[in-house]
Design a protein around this ligand. Structure first.
Ligand code: AMP
Length: 286
């Protein structure tokens, strides 16, 4: 069932809560692919009812980013959701979520701001204010849907860590369920932004996963020094790549690592032409 209005979602949630049903929420920006699908399927199998939100959230885009051209494919998204048994697709307009005007201004909107230590690094460094926008919209979605479980992909690992911190710090009664990264057979992590890539660009984009897989292989072979591990990456880069960061950080609090261990995540962001892609890998898992 496709719903655009907050009040209509609330009515359904009230009905489900009165029946004692468990509710799963999968927040997305749409242009759904198999990565999103894996989260949705997990929710459908774990919860009595599943809500998928589809909302290209304007306050998490920085000036000059791809807000206007971000792919919007609601008809196809609706079909995918219906095929896997979603109960509500919640697709509000920006006006429904934020009211008329005021959208980008924190003079007029109450924001949820994650701790500086978590946002002054990795994606937060170049995307100033991005995680405020994410935390604010996810909080609103939690308040509207009141889910028991919320499903987020490890593809956006910094986001996942920040949202876990938010839920813990603000005592939000929801359990965050992390979901593994879904990749193409080539290794490329699925992303709605892959739609911006030509076939040639997609080949260049393999550098991300190749670098991460190679670092993990070197780590498993006994190299623990992060500087030495970083050096193995450069052979995968060429003049079509603009590396934004390649960093080793703690899986719980994003503290920088000099010596890699089982709790280390390797994070990478690079641009191919103007398309910014991110990926990460946990050195701890097999
Ligand atoms: P987005 O629509 O890009 O905001 O993503 C919505 C959710 O899907 C987020 O929790 C993402 O981390 C997750 N997601 C996106 N791509 C993937 C992927 N390739 N594998 C697993 N989860 C993903």
């Amino acid at each position: 069932m496709l719903i655009h209005k907050i009040e209509e979602v609330r009515n359904k949630i009230r009905e489900w809560k009165s029946q004692g049903l468990t509710i799963g929420l999968v927040p997305t920006m749409g242009a759904l692919h198999d990565g999103h699908k894996s989260l949705i399927k997990k929710s459908v199998s774990k919860c009595d009812k599943t809500v998928v939100s589809i909302f290209v959230n304007p306050i998490q885009f920085c000036p000059g980013e791809d807000l206007d051209k971000y792919p919007r494919t609601l008809d196809a998204d609706e079909k995918l959701c219906n095929d896997v048994g979603v109960d509500i697709i919640f697709a509000p307009s920006p006006k429904e979520m934020y009211g008329e005007g005021h959208i980008m201004s924190n003079d007029f909107l109450t924001y949820v701001t994650p701790p500086f230590f978590y946002v002054n690094k990795l994606c937060g460094k170049s995307r100033v204010g991005h995680f405020d926008g994410v935390c604010t919209v996810v909080n609103k979605l939690f308040n509207i849907v009141q889910p028991d479980f919320a499903f987020f992909g490890e593809k956006d690992r910094q986001q996942l860590i920040i949202l876990k911190k938010m839920v813990n710090d603000l005592n939000i009664p929801v359990e965050i369920i992390p979901c593994p990264i879904v990749r193409e057979e080539s290794g490329l992590a699925l992303s709605s932004r892959n739609k911006y890539l030509s076939e040639e660009d997609k080949k260049e984009a393999l550098a991300l996963s190749k670098i991460l897989f190679n670092i993990k292989a070197c780590y498993k072979n006994g190299i623990k020094d992060c500087k030495a591990l970083t050096e193995t990456a450069y052979s995968y880069l060429n003049s079509n790549h603009s590396l934004e960061y390649l960093e080793f950080r703690d899986a719980n609090d994003l503290e920088e690592k000099n010596i890699a261990d089982e709790n280390t995540i390797v994070f990478i962001a690079l641009k191919i032409k103007n398309v910014r892609l991110i990926d990460n890998i946990s050195l701890g898992e097999l």
